[in-house]
Write a protein that binds this ligand. Sequence first.
Ligand code: BG6
Length: 525
Amino acid sequence: MTSDHSTRASSATDAAAATDPAPAGATGAFPDGFLWGIASAANQIEGGFDEGGKGLSQADVIPFRTARDYVDISSLMKATDASIAEAVATPGTAGYPKRSASDHYHRWEADVELFAEAGLTAYRMSIAWSRIFPNGDDAEPNEEGLVFYERLFTRLRERGIEPVVTMSHYEMPLHLVTEYGGWANRDVIALFERYARTIVTRYRGLVRWWLTFNEINTTLIEPYTGGGVVEREAAPGVDPRQTSYQALHHQFVASARAVRIVHEVDPEARVGCMLARMAHYPASSDPADVVKAQFDNNMNFVHTDVQVRGDYSGTVRRFWRDQGIDVRMEPGDAAELAAGTVDFISFSYYMSLVSSVSPEKYGATGGNLFSTIKNPHLPTTEWGWHFDPEGLRYVLNGLWDRYQVPLFIVENGLGATDELVGQVTGEGDERVDTRAVHDPYRVDYFVQHLRQAREAVADGVELMGYTAWGGLDLVSASTSQMTKRYGIIYVDADDAGVGSYDRIRKDSFFWYQRLIETNGAVLDD
Ligand code: BG6
C-alpha cells in the first residue's frame, strides 16, 4: 500500500445467516459447506496456446503492453485489425505473455496437488472456448480439448475440490472476432449455445457450479476484452456505445440460454452470473453527487438486473433513449431473458470508485478496468487501486438487499510485486531449496477483506464462498504482467516469460491453508 491502513478489527461474530440452507458454521463464522478456493482464467494461466488442437483466442493476440501510468489502463486492452494481423503473423510466445501464461497446461497435475495441499474446497477456472471449438464455428468439438478439462475436473474432484467453471472469460475464439465481429453479431449466440451444451453435457456430474460470462459488464468498458469487438470508427452519427450495448444484449441472451441448458442437462448443477461489482461512492454529500453515484451504481446493476430479474431496468432504458442508442431485440428475447435467470450472483471485488458531477475537482487514480476519482480516505495499492475492505461489506449487503439470491465472491486479491528470496543448491539427493516469498501485505489484504465478508454474513447475507484471485501467479488481464502478482503460489517467470516456471509456496499459501482449516477462525488471530 502507498499509505498505512489501520486494521479495524471486526467484532467476532456468531454469524446468523439469513436462510436455513446456509447456517453459520461450527467453526469460524462462515457457513458450513462454504466454498473456499482460488480463481483463475484459462487465458491467463494455461499457456499451450497452440497445442492440443486449440485455436487462437482473442487473448492470444494481445501483445505485452504495460503502462507507466496505470490511470490509462484502457489503452492496454484494445485490439485493432492491424494489431491482430501483426499478432497472427507472429509465431511463438515472445511478446505475447498470455500465450505461455503460467504453463498450467503442462503442469496442471502438480498444480492440483498444490491446490489440494492448500486445502481448497473449490477451484474457479475457465474453459478456453477455443480448445473446444478452435474456430468457434467448427462442425465438431475438439476431442483433445474436451479430454484435457475432463481429466482436470476428475482430478480436482478426486482431491475434494469442486470445480467452479466460467464458460467465457475473455477468451473467445479469434475467428469469431475477425470473421463475425465478435458478440456484435447475433449469430454468435447460437455458436455459444452449442459450445455451452457441449461442455455442460460432457461434464455432467463433474461440474456442479457454472458461471456464464466473466465480468459481463466489461463489454461496455472494454468492448474487445469483454465482447471481442475490435476498435473501429463508428459510422457517422452513430454512438460508439451502440455496438457495445448490442454485443452485451447478445451475451445476455446467450447467458440465458446457457442457464436453461445447465438446468435441463444437469438438474443437480447451479449456474450464476458474474459481475465486476463497481461500487460508486458520492465524492461529496452534494445531492447532485449522490444522485450521480446512484446512477453509476444502477448502471453497474444493469447486468445483474437482466441476469437475476430477467429484464432491463428503467435506468438503462432511459439512458438509451437519452443517448439515441437503439438496441435491436428479436421478438422472443424478452421471454428468453425472463426464463433464463441465474441461481446465484458471483462477482469480483477489488476496489470502490467515486462519482461526482464535477470530476475535474478531484485527482484520478488507477483501477480495475478503468480509473476513478481518487478517494482521499483510502490508501492505494502499487497499481493505484483503492484499498477498501469495508467496501466489500457494503457491496455484499447491497447485492443481497437488491436481489435476495446467494452471493459468491469469486475474485478478490492483491496485485503486488513480490520478492523471491533463497536459492536452490545441489542436485538429486543433495538438492536444497530455500526459496520463499514473504508476503505479509497479501495476508493483511485477505484478513481485512474477509473480516468484512464475515460482517456481511452476520448482517444476514447469504454468502456461498470465496475464491481468491490468482492462487497461482498468472498474467494480468490488463497490464499483461506476470510481475503484478496475485498468487499464494509464486510462479518463477518474469514479464518476458523467462524463468524456470517452478512453483514456490508463498507465506500467504500457509496462511490460506489455516484459513480454510479453521473455516475463517484464523481471522481472529
Ligand atoms: C478481473 C478479471 O477484472 O480482474 C481478471 O476478471 C483479472 O481476469 C483481474 O486478472 C485482475 O485484473 P488485472 O488487470 O490486474 O489482471
